[in-house]
Design a protein around this ligand. Structure first.
Ligand SMILES: *[C@@H]1O[C@H](CO)[C@@H](O)[C@H](O)[C@H]1NC(C)=O
Ligand SMILES: *[C@@H]1O[C@H](CO)[C@@H](O)[C@H](O)[C@H]1NC(C)=O
Ligand SMILES: *[C@@H]1O[C@H](CO)[C@@H](O)[C@H](O)[C@H]1NC(C)=O
Ligand SMILES: *[C@@H]1O[C@H](CO)[C@@H](O)[C@H](O)[C@H]1NC(C)=O
Ligand SMILES: *[C@@H]1O[C@H](CO)[C@@H](O)[C@H](O)[C@H]1NC(C)=O
Ligand SMILES: *[C@@H]1O[C@H](CO)[C@@H](O)[C@H](O)[C@H]1NC(C)=O
Ligand SMILES: *[C@@H]1O[C@H](CO)[C@@H](O)[C@H](O)[C@H]1NC(C)=O
Ligand SMILES: *[C@@H]1O[C@H](CO)[C@@H](O)[C@H](O)[C@H]1NC(C)=O
Ligand SMILES: *[C@@H]1O[C@H](CO)[C@@H](O)[C@H](O)[C@H]1NC(C)=O
Ligand SMILES: *[C@@H]1O[C@H](CO)[C@@H](O)[C@H](O)[C@H]1NC(C)=O
Length: 309
């Protein structure tokens, strides 16, 4: 009885939401293909992901995770900030778990297991009224607009390090980014603690870093991508490669339009103007960086949390 009422209430809310928004209800899979996990890059990953979404009343937030490994709790802002999972508003332990965004405002979610929240499994989103008119919100996907060369800072503010999350961290970073001939990769690190080794696929796969194409030791290392195809980067430092300091990217020929003048390396117009960390020096073209084995090297990458579309 009680549950029936609850069901009806949910149904009613849903119907109202649907009527309210003639536009289609959208389902946002948190972290896209990486799902809901402890992101190797820290909470930053889900921030990036959320910044690229437009949440409207009536939309569904879907947390995709393996039941038992993760859970998701809707919490207050205070609990979110302090990672307090003592008395969540709502806790869901079976994945995937859906939350319908039925009101305008801010929503906060955290993972309550172990130290998951402290380690970055948390996300805050802001739901706005459904914009009736199709103001194509920063349509995140590819319009093949020609663009000038772009400079990518590898690992963004984390730079080039042995990532906490293992090798998926840099594949997550690269995920969703498009690399064209003429673009530049910048590797930032502390001199004497890292280096950048350009290697072959075999050396990359095997971490046989005594066999390199080139090695650069002075930060920052700027590498202009001057040929198409796959490019492999790692480190000659002992065990750095095995621990995940490795980046594989696929460079494609410049799309159609020859970019006019190699003007400022702004973010491609096809990408959402990201509102992420102002301190970040690199263009966050897209990807949320996230990681899970399944998304590894899906051609494209962290932070966090990011794939998709
Ligand atoms: C959820 O994750 C599983 C396993 O990775 C995947 O097969 C499934 O497609 C994902 N669901 C969604 C909606 O992304
Ligand atoms: C966590 O939240 C509970 C309930 O809101 C509160 O009683 C408790 O003091 C909080 N713990 C911390 C460490 O803030
Ligand atoms: C979550 O929402 C998606 C999209 O509407 C739906 O396909 C899926 O079945 C829902 N999952 C659950 C557990 O309700
Ligand atoms: C959410 O959006 C409202 C209205 O646009 C804004 O006032 C508020 O600061 C936003 N909150 C966050 C956390 O961004
Ligand atoms: C290294 O990679 C090559 C080519 O991929 C492979 O044939 C070889 O067995 C690998 N060596 C080791 C030690 O894994
Ligand atoms: C690199 O080291 C491996 C063993 O660690 C060895 O088999 C291989 O011959 C070495 N390659 C070069 C070019 O020295
Ligand atoms: C690394 O060393 C090079 C050459 O000595 C120097 O130009 C550069 O500023 C150093 N970078 C950092 C981050 O210390
Ligand atoms: C491509 O770049 C590498 C190093 O960045 C350089 O050694 C090589 O000569 C360049 N090739 C061409 C064709 O410019
Ligand atoms: C990654 O996804 C696979 C399924 O594709 C799942 O079995 C695994 O537990 C996930 N890893 C993490 C860390 O969530
Ligand atoms: C790299 O891109 C080319 C052309 O788009 C494609 O044929 C190739 O399969 C890609 N390689 C990888 C590893 O994704």
């Amino acid at each position: 009885m009680g549950s029936e009422l609850k069901y009806l209430a949910v149904l009613a809310i849903t119907v109202v939401a649907l009527l309210h928004s003639t536009a289609a209800q959208e389902t946002h899979v948190v972290g896209d293909k990486f799902g809901w996990l402890v992101p190797p890059g820290g909470h930053y990953a889900y921030e990036v992901w959320a910044a690229e979404q437009k949440f409207s009343v009536g939309d569904i937030l879907e947390f995709n995770f393996t039941t038992g490994d993760q859970d998701v709790a809707k919490v207050t802002k205070e609990a979110f900030d302090s990672c307090n999972s003592t008395s969540p508003i709502e806790l869901k332990t079976t994945g995937p778990a859906n939350f319908t965004l039925d009101t305008i405002g801010e929503y906060y979610f955290i993972g309550t297991k172990d130290r998951h929240c402290e380690l970055g499994q948390k996300i805050a989103i802001n739901v706005t009224a459904h914009s009736g008119s199709p103001t194509p919100s920063p349509s995140p996907k590819p319009s093949p607009t020609p663009r000038g060369p772009v400079t990518y800072v590898v690992g963004d503010q984390f730079g080039w390090i042995v990532p906490l999350g293992g090798e998926l961290a840099y594949s997550a970073w690269a995920y969703g980014k498009t690399f064209y001939v003429g673009d530049t990769l910048v590797f930032n690190f502390i001199n004497g603690t890292q280096d950048v080794a350009v290697v072959t696929k075999a050396a990359f796969d095997n971490c046989t870093t005594n066999n390199t194409v080139a090695v650069f030791t002075n930060s920052p290392v700027n590498i202009i991508l001057n040929s198409t195809g796959e490019h492999y980067f790692t480190s000659t430092y002992s065990r750095h490669c095995e621990l995940g300091q490795k980046l594989e990217i696929n460079v494609t020929a410049k799309s159609t339009g020859t970019a006019t003048s190699p003007s400022s390396p702004t973010t491609p117009s096809s990408l959402a103007p990201s509102a992420h960390s102002p301190a970040a020096s690199g263009p966050y073209n897209s990807a949320p960086s996230m990681i899970n084995g399944s998304g590894y090297f899906v051609s494209f990458l962290l932070v966090a949390l990011a794939f998709f579309h």
